[in-house]
Write a protein that binds this ligand. Structure first.
Ligand code: PEP
Ligand code: MG
Length: 766
């Protein structure tokens, strides 16, 4: 039989390339055979070298400390075995491991990364081709072949070696060759307590047992006996997966939540991607079983993921990774993809990253926290976790390597830190604050049906900020007065394409129906900045917060804004439409936006479509220049909402997303509070309702100061309603207002300390 690889040149077109199945079957037999693991590796390298017509075949295994050690070789000096070691990134073998992808070099010694190890005797070899041995998306070794001549390795040869690496991975990861815990990085000592800093993505404390989200399927049958039968199994599994996705789409609880449906639908679209399937199908033709072929493609996807920084692409690749997992589940006949939870107790989910729909796969009542190696404040999973009130810490480097399922973990979302295997004292400290928090929550629940009225009889409107449909039940749980800020961009962010007018109408209708008669203020799209939509341009701005965002995008893409307004008009037919525009910098800009709204209202009238009973139009004050046109503005708007997050960042010229300066300026400063007080007075005089929907409304002390400055309506995250209401019910506005007036002229950096002392002295619950 002709050799599959020739020595000096790639096979010619007329030469048929025998399938690598024979090689694969032989390697499988060796792997499954008797003999100690090292003997089996030795046999394997000999078989590969012969089949590949290579003078050398070597297997390197990753050991503790990110070191690749030569474990078996055919062709290099036997003395080099267990002596030759390369760090990941060192030499061509280290480069293949670092980049987690196959590489071929026809002139290896001239490559800048080449390092020569005398003990190997490899100076006589000119060409080298290597592939990573991967397991669960991580590199655990490298297989390489070398030739004396300058040889161009073909795609087929590289593919074949990759397929063989799948089989070898079984042995390497089995723990027979080196202990499993040695495959962890050096600082991943599984026994020591460890605190790892990350970024707090949702505050709150979670204490529980670690469960890795990444369910590793154990594939025992890697080599196909009958290719066609495997292809049929793949087709069948795909059909089942589509059926299961359809069921998920039809299930009642997902039906209630539009965004989740969108996400699942976009999964389905990806699931139907023909390119993805043909890659799996091709892997089967090289001799792998359907499940091994899916895992091979999944390995490649994960390796690609580690090299891509574009957040949108990462999300998409991540979806593919998730789908591969779902497909494996069907192929292996496993009932669920979610890992097993311990029988009782709270679970802290640990993941590299995850899709928002995946989070919903879990039993919410058991989830105490989420720890992500990746993750960002605007990632879809974070948005959903926030809506579910699950503490999240993201960007926790290598946490999956450092933790084992079953380890105790504490997630401190507020301070962006995670404690692995915490000591007794740390556990007690966090248990105490968790208990305190539970007690407080119970006391807030008792306030639910009591009015938010101060001790001197001033009514304070408390509203929630929302962005997902799953936020809306909070209106009723907290007995809030309505939604003060509905961030319409959030549902847009969890989709892969722009929703049309009908989709948007359906969504806004659901929002208003769920509000059940309480008012909802819809903010038009605030995209741009860190909330870029993949399907609306791609701006690489140096200063995105001050760039092409919010109303600027909407006015430049008037069709987009008009469609949104049309949907809002339709959804609010027979009701009150409350709409506000974000990031307005000048009255003229408001007028432009208002004109588009008027056009849509006229259009609806002309077509005799059902119409809102009342239309109220407002602006967010977020850009300081608008403050200089207040009289002209107040003549034209029905209400004003202060976006203190953006307004403060622009007033102080301090990036709100930069942790280095996040504490530098305090919104409870004389400058900000006196400004708000003057705004409140002018709005009152003009008879224009005035509220605030930035983060500061969520802190009882800050909310107290805002009320002292004259605000009577505050909109905040739903979990802040209880604490703020408790504060309101213990406050005398008259005392506070008078006191604050004496503070506005103060040259102090912050009034926080003084206001805190006031609250303490006057028994205000802050
Ligand atoms: C704000 O800027 O205060 C605000 C509420 O808008 P966002 O946080 O969505 O930018
Ligand atoms: Mg804003």
């Amino acid at each position: 039989m002709a050799k599959s690889w020739t020595m000096n040149q790639p096979p010619s077109q007329s030469q048929t390339i025998p399938t690598p199945r024979r090689l694969l079957a032989r390697v499988r037999d060796v792997m499954a055979g008797s003999g100690n693991p090292e003997e089996r590796l030795n046999e394997t390298v000999a078989i590969i070298a012969a089949d590949a017509v290579a003078e050398v075949c070597s297997i390197y295994v990753l050991r503790a400390g990110e070191v690749l050690e030569l474990f078996a070789t055919e062709g290099l000096s036997p003395d080099a075995v267990h002596n030759t070691r390369l760090r990941v990134g060192e030499g061509l073998i280290g480069l293949i491991a670092a980049q987690a992808r196959p590489m071929a070099f026809d002139d290896a010694p001239s490559h800048p990364d080449f390092v020569f190890r005398e003990e190997t005797g490899e100076e006589k070899y000119q060409s080298l081709m290597g592939v990573p041995i991967m397991r669960g998306g991580r590199v655990i070794g490298v297989i390489a072949v070398q030739n004396k001549t300058s040889r161009q390795y073909t795609e087929e040869e590289i593919e074949t070696l990759q397929t063989v690496a799948m089989v070898v991975a079984e042995l390497v990861s089995s723990g027979d060759l080196i202990a499993r815990n040695e495959q962890l990085p050096a600082d991943g000592n599984a026994l020591l307590p460890l605190r790892i800093a990350g970024v707090g993505l949702n505050s709150g404390i979670g204490i529980g047992t670690a469960v890795s989200h990444h369910h590793e399927f154990h594939i025992t049958n890697l080599v196909a006996d009958d290719i066609e039968a495997e292809q049929e199994r793949l087709r069948q599994a795909v059909k089942e997966m589509h059926g299961a996705l359809d069921d998920l789409l039809d299930s009642t609880d997902i039906n209630g939540a539009g965004e989740h449906r969108d996400i699942l639908e976009s999964y389905r679209m990806i699931a139907e991607d023909a390119g993805w399937f043909s890659r799996i199908d091709e892997a089967i033709t090289t001799g792998l079983t359907a499940e091994a072929a899916v895992q091979k493609v999944q390995n490649e996807i994960r390796a690609r993921m580690s090299q891509i920084t574009d957040p949108y692409l990462r999300e998409r690749i991540h979806d593919l990774d998730d789908l591969a997992g779902r497909l494996l589940q069907h192929l292996l006949g496993e009932s669920t993809m979610a890992p097993d939870f311990p029988e009782t107790g709270t679970v802290i989910l640990i993941a590299r990253n995850m899709g928002p729909a995946q989070l919903l796969d879990y039993d919410r009542s058991r989830l105490g926290g989420l720890v992500l190696e990746e993750g960002s404040a605007t990632a879809h999973v974070t948005i959903v976790a926030r809506a579910l009130d699950i503490p999240v810490v993201g960007q926790v480097r290598d946490v999956l390597d450092k933790i084992e399922t079953g380890d105790p973990v504490i997630v401190d979302g507020r301070n962006g830190q995670v404690f692995l295997r915490p000591g007794e004292e740390v556990q007690q400290r966090f248990q105490a604050s968790l208990k305190n928090r539970e007690k407080q929550l119970a006391s807030y629940a008792q306030l639910r049906d009591l009015p938010a009225v101060t001790t001197d009889g001033v009514d304070i409107g408390l509203f929630i900020n929302a962005g997902l449909l799953i936020d809306l039940p909070h209106i009723h749980e907290t007995a809030a007065d309505g939604v003060g800020l509905y961030r319409t961009e959030v549902p847009f962010m969890v989709r892969s394409d722009f929703p049309n007018v009908d989709d948007q109408t359906a969504l806004y209708t659901k929002v208003i129906e769920q509000a059940d008669g309480k008012p909802v203020t819809f903010r038009t799209l605030d995209i741009g900045g860190d909330k870029m939509l993949s399907y609306v341009g791609d701006s690489n701005e140096e200063n995105p917060a001050m760039g092409w965002r919010a109303i600027r995008v909407s006015l430049d893409r008037p069709i987009m804004l008009r469609q949104q307004l049309r949907a809002l008009i339709r959804a609010m037919a027979g009701r009150e439409l409350r709409v506000m525009f974000p990031m307005i910098a000048e009255v003229y800009e408001f007028q432009q936006a208002r004109k588009l709204l008027d056009k849509e209202l006229e259009r609806a009238k002309e077509r005799e479509e059902a119409f809102p009973d009342v239309v109220k139009v407002g602006v967010m004050i977020e850009v300081p220049s608008l403050l200089l046109q207040l009289p002209q503005l107040l003549n034209r708007v029905d209400f004003i909402s202060l976006g203190s997050n953006d307004l403060c960042q622009f007033l102080f010229a301090a990036d709100r997303g930069n942790p280095q300066i996040s504490e530098r300026y305090d919104p409870l400063s004389p400058a900000i509070l006196s400004l708000f007080s003057s705004l409140a007075r002018q709005c009152d005089e003009a008879g224009v309702p005035f509220s605030l929907c930035g983060e500061m409304a969520a802190s009882p002390l800050d909310a107290m100061a805002l009320i002292g400055a004259g605000l009577r309506n505050l909109s905040m995250a739903p979990n802040a309603i209880g604490p703020v209401k408790a504060m309101v019910r213990s406050l005398s506005v008259e005392d506070l207002t008078g006191y604050m007036q004496t503070l506005y002229a103060s040259p102090k950096h912050s009034l926080r300390g003084i206001l805190h002392a006031f609250a303490k002295d006057h028994g205000v619950a802050v």
